[in-house]
Design a protein around this ligand. Structure first.
Ligand code: BDP
Length: 582
């Protein structure tokens, strides 16, 4: 799915603003005809509703949103018009001028409805119903009472995961106008041959035959290069290979991007174009090493959250920039989109700024008892397909993570993940596939995953207060996991809570010193083991959680920055470890 773009052939308007909002706790809105309009209170969209409207912090839906817009004159009869939602968490139903457009399940991933025949020249009314209830057969699942799982028992709201279930229309809604039967999709794969970059491009254009298209032009610009290839589509598909003999390769230290410009031509006239920034790079697993452009690479960075006071999980561009600034300041080159796909624009920034991203689906807290299992599997497959369709062209994305800390003790888990792995590989054979586990040698799916990602908290949840014992346990886990699977290991989580401003010497749990020492010790252990391909501290920033006895102030304090993005001692320590104090 191509991210909307403005150029002479394609346009969009952003419907962000103050919409009308109304809760529907007894689910009467449908029978009362709210799809035709309702009286509501103002709400900022995008944004989560939980911290905007007092009294709705823990309310998860259903709610209704509405806004009015006019079709711009330039969205003429020759256009195909779409309404595109960046993320609605969790279940969306939409109506335009009272006409039902459809629904979409799952937050964090985009979806669109074609509205060419429903959008009027006068005023239009868009109504969206959002249901964010927690349920066992949703992904991520909720309402799972599992006393064996570390911290998610008796929390409110009853999530199976350790972050607040913010809800709402959380990314922009765009009204897009594209040429009819124009470019539908572009897939780019890159290879390196010596100094040359080889770029395989597939363009999906017309869906209904090749009648209206004479030629597909593919042009690559940048770093003094200009390559043009013309091709003729067959059943709407057009393939070409572009070769740059002296290519500038993309990497965190040199995030070189080229512009790939695609044009569709009919009767000698261009009628559609799309420009995609691309990076030429390869990513491979070789034994127990991870190779970027053929060289071993060490990921240094963080697990993160899309989380900010009042915005909740709503797209907040200044915060996104600040987070990249903070990551660069400490010397990070990587992050995981824990525990769901992040805003598409974040990945575009990662391409530009040179970050290596492990892109994760929303499958956190999965469990494998029969109730709802088939539905959870179908949803996981849907989310993997949507994620890869959305993010496949980002050079920054180097790996797919299909789950975080599944409760995989039951025999149903490994076959479940086998299906997800196969699906991800069939959609994208170029990137390694993984999952993040806290079960180490017991995680049967590591047998077939390309990389073993592990989350370790020894010296925190176990060996509490004992940094030495924790470090030793961590070293053992690394060595045993490596000996069992013989794959590269990425430590996708390690860290300790530190209440900002709390100090203790000798270090004590919840002090900034304990967190800084914990992280330092873990990094030392990893540095001695070349099979460790990545060190991701949990977390970049403090973030909001459900309420529970393990989360004072309903905050997870494992950030090395506070929730308002100020450094703790550990941030300074990381900077000197990762940047050598420079
Ligand atoms: C891991 C989870 C993560 C939690 C973290 C923690 O993957 O979401 O926030 O532990 O306990 O279990 O801080």
């Amino acid at each position: 799915m191509l991210f909307p773009q403005q150029n002479p052939y394609r346009q969009f308007i952003d419907l962000s603003g103050y919409w009308d909002f109304r809760i529907d706790p007894h689910a009467r809105g449908e029978e009362q005809g709210w799809r035709l309009g309702f009286e509501g209170e103002p709400i900022a969209t995008p944004g989560s509703w939980n911290e905007q409207i007092l009294g709705l912090r823990d309310y998860l839906g259903p709610v209704w949103y509405q806004t009015r817009f006019f079709r711009p004159k330039s969205f003429g009869e020759e256009c195909q018009i779409f309404l595109r939602f960046g993320s609605v968490d969790y279940l969306a139903d939409a109506w335009l001028n009272g006409v039902y457009l459809g629904s979409h399940e799952g937050g964090h991933l985009p979806f669109e409805f074609e509205v060419t025949n429903h959008v009027r020249w006068g005023e239009n009314l868009l109504v969206v119903r959002v249901d964010g209830a927690l349920a066992r057969d949703r992904v991520p699942p909720g309402l799972v009472d599992d006393p064996d799982h570390n911290h998610q028992v008796g929390v409110h709201p009853p999530t199976t995961y350790d972050f607040f279930p913010y809800r709402g229309i959380q990314r922009p809604v765009l009204l897009c106008a594209n040429p009819r039967r124009g470019i539908q999709d572009i897939t780019v794969r890159t290879d390196i041959e010596g100094k040359a970059g080889v770029i395989h491009v597939e363009v999906l254009a017309l869906k209904d035959g090749d009648r209206d298209i004479d030629e597909v032009r593919m042009m690559l610009f940048g770093h003094g290069a200009k390559v043009i290839v013309r091709s003729h589509p067959h059943h709407g598909r057009s393939h070409a290979t572009l070769r740059l003999n002296q290519a500038a390769f993309w990497s965190p230290t040199t995030p070189q991007l080229y512009d790939l410009c695609i044009e569709l031509v009919h009767d000698g006239r261009v009628f559609d174009s799309y420009t995609l920034p691309i990076g030429i790079r390869t990513i491979h697993v070789d034994g127990d090493r991870l190779l970027l452009n053929g060289q071993p690479i060490l990921l240094r960075g963080f697990g993160r959250h899309e989380d900010f006071p009042v915005f909740g999980r709503g797209a907040a561009r200044p915060v996104a920039i600040r987070d990249f600034e903070l990551m660069r300041w400490v010397g990070a080159n990587s992050f995981r989109t824990s525990h769901y796909p992040y805003d598409e624009e974040t990945l575009t920034l990662a391409d530009r700024l040179g970050f290596l991203v492990i892109a994760e689906t929303p499958a956190v807290g999965l469990f494998f008892t029969e109730d709802g299992l088939a539905r959870r599997l179908a949803l996981c497959k849907q989310f993997i397909s949507e994620l890869i369709a959305r993010d496949k062209n980002h050079p920054s994305v180097i790996m797919w993570s299909v789950a975080n800390e599944p409760r995989s003790a039951l025999p149903a888990a490994a076959p479940f993940f086998r299906q997800l792995y196969n699906l991800a590989k069939s959609l994208d054979p170029t990137r390694p596939v993984t999952l993040a586990s806290d079960r180490f040698t017991e995680e049967a799916a590591f047998e077939f995953m390309d990389v073993a990602c592990i989350n370790v908290y020894r010296g925190w949840y176990q060996e509490s207060g004992e940094l030495d014992a924790g470090r030793q346990a961590f070293a053992r886990i690394l060595d045993e996991t490596h000996a069992t699977f013989g794959k590269p290991i990425i430590v996708t989580e390690f860290g300790a809570d530190a209440v900002p401003g709390h100090h203790a010497h000798p270090p004590e749990m919840f002090s900034e010193e304990y967190q800084a020492e914990f992280i330092t010790e873990y990094i030392r252990v990893m540095a001695q083991r070349p099979f460790v391909a990545g060190q991701h501290v949990w977390n970049l920033c403090d973030f909001k959680t459900a309420q529970g006895v393990k989360r004072p102030m309903a905050i997870n304090f494992k950030g090395v920055f506070t929730r308002d993005r100020r450094p703790k001692l550990a941030a300074h320590r990381l900077r000197s470890l990762w940047r050598g104090g420079s």
